[in-house]
Design a protein. Structure first.
Length: 236
C-alpha cells in the first residue's frame, strides 16, 4: 500500500480498476482471486468514493452485457413504476444518505468544499480564460492544501481557466458517447465505458492528473475499446 502514499481514495480507485479488469477474466480461478483482491483493496482503503464506485460503476459491464435481453427490461419496468409511486420517500432517503455520507468524514468534506469555493471565486475574479498557471497553497483554513486539489474541475479552472476545463471535458464527453454505443455490442467496449465512467466520477473527488501513474490501465483499456470501434466501422 506504500505506493499509494497518503491517499486512501487512490488505493480505492486502483481497486476499482482492477475489479473491472478481473470481472472480464475468462479463467474462473484467476477471476475469483482477482475480484477478492480488488474488493479487499477497496474495503481496506475506507474510501467513500470507492464504495460509491463499487455500487454504481463496477456493475456497468454486467448491465450492458444483458441490455439486449428482453428479460432485463421486464425486470426494470416494475422498478421504474414503483419508483414513481414512492418518489418522495426515495428522495428523502437519498438526502439522508447524502448527509450521512458527508458526515462520515466531516473535516474532509469541509476542507474539500472550502477549497472548491476558493478556487471558483479566484478563477472568476482573477483569471477567467487561462487560469493562474501555477498551483497555489491555500490558507490555514484548508490546512494549507493546494487550491483546487481534490477536484479535477476546480483545479483546472484555477490553474488553466475555462479553456483548460474544456480541454478535458470535450474529449471525455466524446469518449463516453462513443463507448456508450460500443458497449451495446462489445465486451471490450463495456469495459472501456466502465473505465471512462470511473474517471468521470473520480474527477469530482480527486485530481486525475496527479493520479495518472496509478490508473494507466484504465486509459489503456479505453484506447483499446476506441480502437476496436474504429476497426469495426472501417470494416463495415
Amino acid at each position: 500500500m506504500a505506493v499509494f502514499r497518503a491517499w486512501s481514495p487512490a488505493a480505492g480507485m486502483v481497486g476499482l480498476v482492477y475489479l473491472i479488469c478481473a470481472c472480464q477474466e475468462k479463467d474462473r480461478r484467476w477471476r475469483n482471486w482477482g475480484i477478492a483482491a480488488a474488493l479487499a483493496m477497496i474495503l481496506l482503503s475506507q474510501s467513500r468514493l470507492a464504495l460509491v464506485g463499487l455500487i454504481m460503476i463496477a456493475p456497468i459491464p454486467l448491465l450492458f452485457g444483458q441490455v439486449t435481453r428482453s428479460f432485463l427490461w421486464f425486470l426494470i419496468l416494475p422498478i421504474v413504476l414503483l419508483s414513481g409511486w414512492f418518489a418522495v420517500d426515495i428522495l428523502e432517503a437519498l438526502n439522508l444518505a447524502k448527509s450521512e455520507f458527508s458526515g462520515a468524514r466531516a473535516d474532509s468534506t469541509r476542507v474539500r468544499e472550502t477549497l472548491g469555493r476558493i478556487a471558483v471565486e479566484r478563477w472568476q475574479a482573477e483569471a477567467f480564460w487561462f487560469g493562474h498557471g501555477v498551483v497555489e497553497r491555500g490558507p490555514h483554513l484548508v490546512e494549507y492544501m493546494p487550491i483546487g486539489s481534490h477536484h479535477s474541475w476546480y483545479g483546472l479552472l484555477f490553474v488553466k481557466g475555462l479553456l483548460g476545463l474544456l480541454a478535458l471535458a470535450t474529449p471525455l464527453m466524446i469518449t463516453l458517447a462513443l463507448l456508450l454505443q460500443s458497449a451495446l455490442t462489445s465486451r471490450l467496449g463495456q469495459t472501456g465505458l466502465a473505465m471512462a465512467m470511473l474517471l468521470l466520477m473520480y474527477s469530482f473527488g480527486e485530481n486525475l492528473e496527479s493520479l495518472a501513474y496509478l490508473y494507466w490501465p484504465a486509459l489503456l483499456l479505453i484506447g483499446m475499446a476506441l480502437q476496436q470501434r474504429s476497426r469495426r466501422q472501417a470494416a463495415s
